[in-house]
Design a protein around this ligand. Sequence first.
Ligand SMILES: C[S@@+](CC[C@H](N)C(=O)[O-])C[C@H]1O[C@@H](n2cnc3c(N)ncnc32)[C@H](O)[C@@H]1O
Length: 286
Amino acid sequence: MGSTMVTKEEIARLIDELKNNHQFDFSNYAEQSFSRRIDYVLTSYGLDSVDALLDRLRRGRLVPEKLVNDITVNTTELFRDPEVWINLKRNILPILKKKDAIGIWHAGCSSGEEVYSMLILLAEAGMLDKTRMFATDINTEILEKARAARYNYRLHNSYFDNFDKVMKFNPLNELEEIKVDYAKYFDLNSGESYFQVKQFLKNNLILRQHNLLSNNIFYKFDLIFCRNVIIYFNTELQNRVIQSFWDSMFTNGMLLLGSHESLAYLPIASKFENKMMRGCYLRKDG
Ligand SMILES: C[S@@+](CC[C@H](N)C(=O)[O-])C[C@H]1O[C@@H](n2cnc3c(N)ncnc32)[C@H](O)[C@@H]1O
């Protein structure tokens, strides 16, 4: 089934249904990626039209949360883009280290690999105990995976390579490499090719469902990760979501976007300073 099967009118009908009857607002999602996902959902449900999907939804034969879970794209990795994590060690951790307490929010955390990547960096730097980590996603099924923190490393053979690349970087002496054992943070089950994140990393972690488009967060954070999430939104929605991040950050708080994302084209850019590393934006006041 190709993307031409789904028309703009069908997409508009589906968006109206989800918005008016189920409080899920996809009206500002980037049109192309949304249509591609609907194509994918129709194929995986064995349906031939959006109307058939709407019919299922209206008859209560499809739970709206399940549909939302299937629409969202959840690709993520442990230490995705290793150079980002190396730069975090080099440039951002020393700033956070000076604080008595650290608040971090992972918005759109998917199955949690990036959340645990950050917790590992904090543990290595001796900063785990003073950190409160808050991780959210709209997709309830993927949050269960994040909670379980059990990952198949055969399916993702870059996981341990990325781990090694990031761990060996020594911010205090770049000529010297650090070797960290996987067993320090993971219980490995080589028979079944999975690893389980150790419990002590999760002690200060809260995982919650949260829709970036409909609920405000009333906490303030020192660092917000929102990587590879806003690419699915149109510019109006991106601006709105970034404004809500600005509201949830301390002055000089930092926002980290994905490697291919930028605020440059958004009106909200003037409220931030692009500093320290690529994709990292500091909240400016006044
Ligand atoms: C491609 S994943 C990115 C995961 C991770 N941040 C990374 O970069 O590896 C995008 C995530 O954003 C979530 N998402 C999409 N729309 C959202 C919304 N309105 N509110 C909260 N999360 C959303 C999806 O469920 C998905 O898990």
